[in-house]
Design a protein around this ligand. Structure first.
Ligand code: IMP
Ligand code: MG
Length: 196
């Protein structure tokens, strides 16, 4: 696995301005990983994937909804001909705790048999979602299957899953932004922040 950047604490890791949403009654959100830091790390991951997958038949699978921002930046950082597909798993309701049960809500629309698949997740928390994703996708008989995640909270691990490409390890805090939500909101923030 690539060496992920470690984000130690809110203060040392932020490097960007906290932003108070203008929506009345919204939580205060403190930046944990700045837009600049994300951009630099995504560019590195893209270069690494391009090196690793040159000459292969790559399909990048975006796990909706949380990975849509990360995937859109990541695929543009991979200088290779590739295909993109989407699926949706759900494990959370509106809260901040995993329900433990993971459901496939909709599936990819192309055969993955014989393809080199990278599944892109926003965050690996307990590991249950990635475990279910690997089971679902490996049943489609890809030539290879790798996991790319923007964030990992190692303290929360219940199920150990392989992570081939990782952006950042973060402390055990509930984060939003750059695709991640709290009760459906804040996916549009350009940085990763902690709901206060
Ligand atoms: P896991 O199955 O517990 O690993 O959870 C993975 C999914 O839970 C992620 O894909 C997210 O959708 C959601 N999730 C876990 N932690 C967070 C968080 O801190 N903020 C937002 N969503 C989270
Ligand atoms: Mg998710």
């Amino acid at each position: 696995m690539a060496q992920a950047e470690e984000v130690r604490s809110q203060k040392s890791g932020a490097g960007g301005k906290a932003r108070r949403p203008t929506v009345p009654g919204a939580h205060r959100i403190e930046a944990l990983i700045s837009e600049e830091r994300i951009r630099a790390r995504v560019a590195e991951l893209g270069r690494q994937i391009a090196r690793d997958y040159r000459g292969r038949d790559l399909v990048v699978v975006c796990v909706l909804k949380g990975s849509f921002v990360f995937t859109s930046d990541l695929v543009r950082a991979i200088d290779l001909p590739l295909a993109v597909d989407f699926l949706r798993m759900s494990s959370y309701g509106g809260g901040t705790e995993s329900s433990g049960s993971v459901r496939l809500e909709f599936d990819v629309t192309q055969p993955l048999k014989g393809k080199d698949v990278i599944v892109v997740e926003d965050i690996i928390d307990t590991g249950n979602t990635v475990r279910a994703l690997l089971d679902t996708l490996s049943a489609k008989k890809p030539a290879s299957l790798a996991v790319c995640a923007l964030l990992h909270k190692p303290e929360r691990e219940q199920v150990h899953v392989p992570i081939d490409y990782l952006g950042f390890t973060i402390p055990n805090k509930f984060v939003v932004g750059y695709g991640l939500d709290h009760a459906g909101k804040h996916r549009n923030l350009p940085f990763v922040g902690v709901v206060g």
